[in-house]
Design a protein around this ligand. Structure first.
Ligand code: ASP
Ligand code: CP
Length: 330
């Protein structure tokens, strides 16, 4: 299948891989979705689509042979760390994994700037997850090699937002004209902070549905207002469910609460069940960055509109595309 462009028109089906040191993002950091314009997104998704086809056809190939990725995770991860590792390995590259920083010299008190300057002696690109907002930007200030933000506290998760948008495009073949409803912990959820910003490159309506204490931060709503994006806020899914094309559910982020009692008051705020899905559009999709902890009933998994497992797979292709781009091979 030819890759679908943002406008819904098929694009040139073949993007030959090779040295592309003049390509966008060669040698660059990926820190925020604010770095991406529509043309960049077209490019990333065309490469990701090509990666998907290559994986289906040959599984693994040698585009990044000889390259090394350092994977540095100060916070837990299953999907992001393993899909970046799989992406590098499918492209023939190697990985240095520091997923348990307590066993590294971080536990001796080594700073983030020194840790990244150490890793770049051995690796060509650094993928970093850290609990503090701005940690990736700080790392990038010190590292000469590209740094990819794999989540910085409650700040951003740009590669997740790229894979979320790729999922929407692959599943619904368009982004313009869609109504996207974000549900759950919109205050602490970095995935929705990045996704809302990325969606504002398109002509979309965004509904935010959250408990009062977990509302989308006002500065992000103002930022999107500035782009002319239509946005609504409420605490009630039912008022927007029937119009929703993409329902993006998020986990209430227990680890971000200062007061555990507050978490208890909102932890079960929403639960998507087959009955909820019965009131949704026939051709909508249900997404979740995962992990889920009860906000989507497992009985929903067999609904063809439940896209969250496919969404994880799309993440592999998007991360393959990003690694190839920053390393000058796409
Ligand atoms: N895995 C996503 C993140 O790291 C979402 C979540 O943890 O709920 O931001
Ligand atoms: N979606 C996501 O970032 O998952 P992990 O926290 O498991 O990496």
């Amino acid at each position: 299948m030819a890759p679908i462009s943002m406008s819904g028109k098929p694009q040139s089906p073949h993007l030959p891989f090779g040295d592309r040191q003049n390509a966008p993002f060669y040698g660059k950091d990926v820190l925020s979705v604010k770095q991406f314009e529509r043309a960049d997104l077209e490019y990333v998704f065309a490469v990701a689509h090509e990666m998907r086809e290559m994986v289906a056809r040959v599984g693994t190939f040698d585009l990044l042979k000889g390259k090394i990725m350092a994977s540095l995770f100060y916070e837990p991860s299953t999907r992001t760390s393993s899909s970046f590792t799989a992406a590098m390995q499918r492209l023939g590259g190697c990985v240095i994994n520091i997923n348990e920083v307590q066993y590294s010299s971080v536990s001796k008190g080594e700073s983030l700037p020194d840790t990244v300057r150490t890793l770049e002696c051995y690796a060509d690109v650094i993928v970093l997850r850290h609990p503090e907002v701005g940690a990736s930007a700080l790392a990038a200030e010190y590292a000469e090699k590209p740094v990819i933000n794999a989540g910085d506290g409650i700040g951003e998760h740009p590669t997740q937002a790229l894979l979320d948008l790729f999922t929407i495009l692959e599943e619904l073949q368009r982004v313009d004209g869609l109504t996207v409803t974000m549900l759950g912990d919109l205050k602490y959820g970095r995935t929705v902070h990045s996704l809302a910003r990325l969606l504002s490159c398109f002509n979309v309506n965004i509904n935010y549905v959250a408990p009062e204490i977990l509302k989308m931060p006002a500065h992000i709503i103002e930022e999107l207002n500035g782009n002319g994006t239509e946005q609504t806020q409420s605490g009630d899914l039912e008022s927007v469910l029937a119009q929703t094309d993409v329902l993006y559910v998020t986990r209430v982020q227990r680890e971000r609460f200062e007061n555990p009692d507050e978490y208890e008051t909102v932890k079960d705020a929403y639960n998507i069940t087959p009955q909820t899905m019965a009131r949704a559009k026939e051709n909508m999709i249900l997404m979740h960055p995962l992990p889920r902890v009860g906000e989507i009933d497992m009985a929903v998994d067999k609904d063809p509109r439940a896209a969250y497992f496919r969404q994880m797979e799309y993440g592999l292709y998007v991360r393959m595309a990003l690694l190839a781009m920053v390393l000058g091979k796409s």
